[in-house]
Design a protein around this ligand. Sequence first.
Ligand code: HEM
Ligand code: CA
Length: 174
Amino acid sequence: GGAWGAHAALTFNNTVTGEVLNLDDALEEGRDTEAVKTFLETGINPYNENPACLPKGEEIFLTACSGCHGHLGEGKLGPGLNDDYWTYPKNETDKGLFETIYGGAQGQMGPQYSALTLDEMLLVMAWTRHLYKDDPKKAKWLNEEQRKVFKPYSADRKKPTDIAATGECSPMPN
Ligand code: HEM
Ligand code: CA
């Protein structure tokens, strides 16, 4: 039904036009996870830096994003996502990053709402953040605790697939 999206506490806007995004376009599957509920209320991605969620996020990234953005988000046909420069500064926030993925941007950056579930978007966002290689001080999406321990990504430090999936991929307790 058309009322589902109205439950979100926040309003989400298209990255280019500012038009309000209709969450009712989201796939039915993956709407009801705890992480999605939290995200729609707070704009904060509870999967960030959760080791149990990163391998799934990587898998989605390699299927849905790396063809255009490079396998480490280093940039290819699309811009680099692993550095501190953003065409759209709002992508420094999880809310902004979600809006760009869900609603798309210009050209080849099409909306992903019919390709990925909301939960998958949060997973791929967490992996995209994990690939960040620049100064943690500019990682606005991290909270203070996360920023203290965040290590900029380096390809030789660890292969993406080497991160052990420990425990359940569910939101981290605060
Ligand atoms: C732009 C993420 C898939 C091509 C962007 C931006 C983000 C992003 C965050 C804005 C970057 C900035 O502000 O600097 C993603 C993610 C994807 C994905 C997470 C997978 C879920 C794709 C695919 C293509 C693509 C499959 C090619 C078919 C582009 C292009 C831009 C872009 C050309 C520049 C658009 C503009 O400047 O308006 N992407 N993207 N992306 N992406 Fe993607
Ligand atoms: Ca960039």
